[in-house]
Every structure is written in C-alpha cells, then in structure tokens.
Design a protein around this ligand. Structure first.
Ligand SMILES: Cc1ncc(COP(=O)(O)O)c(C=O)c1O
Length: 410
C-alpha cells in the first residue's frame, strides 16, 4: 500500500471522517455573528432605509482634512509615520486625549475602543468571573466579555441609565462583580444618560465592593441638549474610561484609547503586544494632527452636534406625526440612537415587526438583541445619525406601513 493512495485515504474520505471545523477551539466555535452584522446584508440592499447601523453621517466624515493630515504627517515625520511604534501608543496622541498632562502615562491607545474592551476582558476576567452589564447593553461589550468566559449578569436600566439600587440589591444578595460596564452618555442602544446622582452612587458601590467600572464613552462629545455630567472616572479611581475617534472623527481610522488606573496599565500593554503590537502609527498621528487643530475640531464637532440634533428631532417628530400613537420615545440628549417602543396596545413585538419592515424597505435592530435573556421585546433601536431628515421621515412612513400590515386595525 502506498502512503497517499488507496481507496481509504482519498481526500473526500478524510474530509468526511474529520470535519476540519473540529480544529476550532471552544472560543472559535462559540463566537457568533451579531444580529446587527447579519442585518447589514439587508441594509445594503438598494433602496433600503437603514436605521439599523450605528454609522456616523458619511457626508460629515472629514475626508479633505484627513487628506491634509496624512500629507503633513508624512512630510514632517517621514518614515517614522510608517515605522513600528510603541505598544502603548504615540506620545503626541496620548498627551492629546489625557484629561491632564500627568495622566498621559496612563493612556493606552487601542485599535478602536472595541479593542480596549477586548484587552480589558483578557486581563480582568477568568472564566466564571462576574461582569455586570446594563440591560440592555452594547453588543460588542457583551461579546468581548463573553469570549473571555465572563459570567455576564444584567442589571436593569431605564431612561436614567443603569439602576445602581438594583445593583446594590444584587450585591447584597451575594453577587460579586469584578467589573461593571456602562455607557454613561447617550448609551447604545437606549440613548440614556446616567444621572449625576446615579454616577455618585455607582462610584460609591465600586469603592465599597471593590469592583472596577468600565466607563465606555464613544458618544459623550455628541451632546446636543442639557448640561454635561462629570465622568465616573473623575469620581473614583476604580474606573477605566474608554474613548474613541470613531464617532467624532472617523470609525475607519480605528483609533481609540483607554485611560487606566496605573495598576492596570502594564497588563493591558502586555496583552495588546500579543494582539497587534500597536495601533497603526499613521492613523494615530493623523488623529493627533486633527485633535491638535482646535479650530477644526470645534467646528467639526459643532457641525456633528447640530446635524444630529436636527435629525433626532426629525425622527421623533415623524414618529409622533406619522405614528399616530403607535410609537413611544424619550428623545435622547445626544449621541446617535433613539430607543423606541411599540405601543403595548398593538400586541406586536419588534422581532415580529422586523420581517415586514425589511419588506417595506426599512431596517432597525429589535430591542431583544441587546439583552442577555428576555427583555426589550417592544423596543427598536433607531439610529438617526446616518440618514437625512427627509429620509428619516420616509423610513418612519415605511415603519408605519409595516406595523399596519402585521397588526391591521389594532
Ligand atoms: C458603546 C460602544 N462602545 C464601543 C464601540 C466601538 O467603537 P470603536 O469604533 O471605537 O471600536 C461602539 C460602536 O458602535 C459603541 O457603540
């Protein structure tokens, strides 16, 4: 018998006997695609009005200014801009995003804030460790903590963010979280902002019960109503604060950062070294160049805020005008998302509505997708950042048509 020949050893036979997917690790097998990724296929269909993604307005991405920054960085820094760089990030950028000069050493630049979440999960979570998330919560954080083996526990939130009293009750009942993840400003998906009082209470709980708060802040700079509230990281040393250039400059640059307590910095840097050595040098220097241009950043942010405010108003107005009581919403004070409820009297869940909505040419993410278990059945996450005002009104008209098709006469 030859080694490679013979009837028993042809490629087909081997493939049948050994499914190559057997090679996957448990993590590799268990990683699932998110509902949002799956919806993206639908949202790319011609004519679809998508309220489903979380995409910044394409026409406001600073294409020309990024072009200038790339040219300047290459002209002034030459090969350095294309060379390997330090794992914790370019000093020019760390100094820009640190809250005070003395804290620049506590900043680690990451490849988007999604990587900060992944690195934190790697260095904080042993399988079975409890991580608390708000119910509902950002799916990317759920997957990062889940893939590190966290035991995720949902604590309810409302229009004022995560309810610290519900967390205190869970802790009194024996829950021992290692970390509590919150999006304190204009959360994804709810658009809610954690009140100052709740932040104070959460910081107090973190100190008393020795857990770490992960304060993820991609949207804070997009406030278009109400007064700013001091971050959790200014209230307690038991907080990590995550930032990103994705929603204020451009998500494709993939530049984010983590402001860490000093004890956490080196473990995060070591984890990052194993993952990607460092974030793109050129992209970091481009972001540093844009942030150093204070006139540009102020004008750009003002344009983003006023556009998103107009779009948010247009969406909320269309829901009221065309919805005729079918929808309920508390308008957010910033960010990119409205958390809209289908009126109870319709007897219709958002999951039931979705296929008819897609047929009618409008996409949204059903609220249930953001919960670990049951919850959010009547809710829809609608992103108002991507579409213009007329398109938002048209999207709502399609939504109304879809509701009437699935729940006629209700
Ligand atoms: C709450 C939240 N955190 C993190 C991210 C990831 O952002 P980045 O592009 O910085 O990785 C997003 C993106 O939508 C988000 O909504």
């Amino acid at each position: 018998m030859t080694l490679l020949g013979g009837p028993h050893l042809d490629a087909r036979h081997l493939a049948d006997a050994h499914d190559p997917a057997d090679l996957l690790s448990r993590r590799g097998r268990e990683a699932t695609s998110s509902v949002i990724r799956d919806l993206l296929d639908w949202t790319r269909r011609p004519g679809m009005a998508s309220l489903a993604g979380g995409l910044p307005a394409a026409e406001l991405l600073p294409v020309a200014r990024v072009g200038e920054a790339v040219a300047r960085v290459l002209r002034e820094q030459g090969p350095t801009a294309l060379q390997y760089g330090p794992t914790d990030g370019e000093v020019a950028l760390r100094e820009r995003v640190a809250p005070t000069p003395s804290r620049a050493a506590d900043v680690v630049v990451t490849t988007g804030s999604q990587q900060s979440l992944d690195l934190l999960a790697r260095v904080l979570v042993d399988p079975g460790d409890v991580v608390v998330v708000e119910g509902p919560s950002y799916l990317g954080a759920i997957s990062a903590f889940r893939s590190a083996g966290a035991h995720l526990v949902e604590v309810p939130g409302d229009a004022e963010g995560l309810d610290p009293e519900a967390l205190a009750a869970a802790v009194a009942g024996g829950l021992r979280p290692k970390a509590v993840y919150v999006v304190a400003e204009f959360a994804n998906p709810t658009g809610a902002t954690l009140t100052a009082e709740r932040r104070r209470r959460l910081a107090e709980l973190a100190e008393r019960h020795r857990f770490l708060i992960v304060e993820d802040d991609p949207y804070g700079a997009l406030r278009f109503a109400g007064a700013p509230v001091a971050p959790l990281a200014e209230r307690t040393e038991r907080a990590v604060r995550l930032g990103t250039a994705s929603k204020t400059l451009a998500p494709g640059l993939r530049v984010g950062w983590a402001l860490l307590p000093p004890w956490l910095r080196d473990p995060v840097v070591r984890a990052k070294q194993a993952v990607d050595l460092h974030t793109s040098t050129l992209d970091q220097l481009v972001v540093a160049d844009l942030l150093a241009d204070e006139e540009f950043t102020a004008a750009h942010l003002a344009r983003l805020r006023s556009t998103y405010e107009r779009r948010c108003r247009a969406l909320v107005a269309a829901l009221a005008r065309l919805g005729g009581g079918r929808f309920e919403v508390t308008p957010p004070a910033g960010g990119m998302f409205a958390w809209v409820a289908l009126h109870r009297s319709l007897g219709l869940t958002a999951d039931e509505l979705l296929p008819a909505a897609l047929d009618a040419g409008v996409a949204f993410v059903p609220g249930s997708a953001f919960h670990l278990g049951a919850g959010g059945e009547l809710r829809m996450r609608l992103c108002f950042a991507t579409l213009g005002e007329a398109e938002l009104a048209e999207a709502v008209a399609r939504l109304v048509a879809a509701v009437d098709r699935v729940a006629p006469g209700r």
